[in-house]
Design a protein around this ligand. Structure first.
Ligand code: COA
Length: 178
């Protein structure tokens, strides 16, 4: 079975309240992460028609701060479908209500896995790729997975060779006192 990404696209807009702010008066990153997780869940669950769990989050860079009183919009759509997993692409923007200026705050990729009632991973429908953008997003997910798989194992405790790293550490803000 294949489904169109449009069927599960989700958008939410939320007003940033003073209770969401941190000590410097900007919006707390954790609040935005919470919203991102919720919308990724909603999108993946709609696509799979099952409750989903977050398996991994691929990089969240906070590109610009969000102020109290701004409207934050999160958009989610399925970028990739595996057997039981889906990659949900997320985009977060904030809008200044008075000026209408829109800032891109972050983009991220959440891998969600569908579960059945017994908590077992369950197969998800594939996605229909009918635009160049959809093909690009799907291909980017495949490439990202390959990069993750090829991630070096040289930092595993059993393979780590300390002498290969001491020189480079001295160029950073740390003091080795072994
Ligand atoms: C993530 C989880 C579902 C993986 O399931 P598993 O049975 O251990 O692992 P599997 O190897 O069978 O992987 C299942 C799918 O998840 C994907 N997956 C597993 N770990 C992953 C990771 N770290 N990053 C991306 N994808 C991952 C696999 O590629 C596989 O995809 P596919 O079926 O589309 O090929 C399982 O570890 C889990 O339930 N973790 C807890 C999730 C959770 O509670 N999240 C909220 C945290 S508060």
């Amino acid at each position: 079975m294949f489904k169109h990404p449009k069927e599960s696209q989700v958008t939410i807009t939320q007003l940033m309240l003073p209770s969401h702010s941190n000590f410097s008066g900007k919006i707390h990153g954790g609040h935005i992460l919470n919203l991102m997780d919720q919308i990724a869940f909603a999108c993946a669950s709609k696509h799979s028609q099952n409750y989903c769990v977050t398996a991994s989050v691929n990089r969240v860079d906070f590109l610009s701060p969000i102020e109290v009183g701004e409207l934050v919009t999160l958009k989610a759509s399925i970028n990739y479908t595996g057997k039981t997993s889906m990659v949900v692409g997320l985009r977060v923007e904030s809008e200044n209500i008075q000026t209408g200026k829109i800032k891109h705050c972050n983009s991220s990729y959440f891998t969600m896995v569908a579960k059945d009632d017994a908590g077992k991973n369950v197969a998800v429908p594939g996605i229909i790729l009918d635009t160049e953008q959809a093909v690009r997003r799907f291909s980017r997910s495949i490439a990202r997975q390959q990069q993750t798989r090829h991630r070096s194992s040289r930092f595993n405790a059993s393979e780590f060779k300390i002498e290969e790293h001491l020189d480079s550490i001295t160029q950073h803000n740390a003091k080795v006192v072994l």
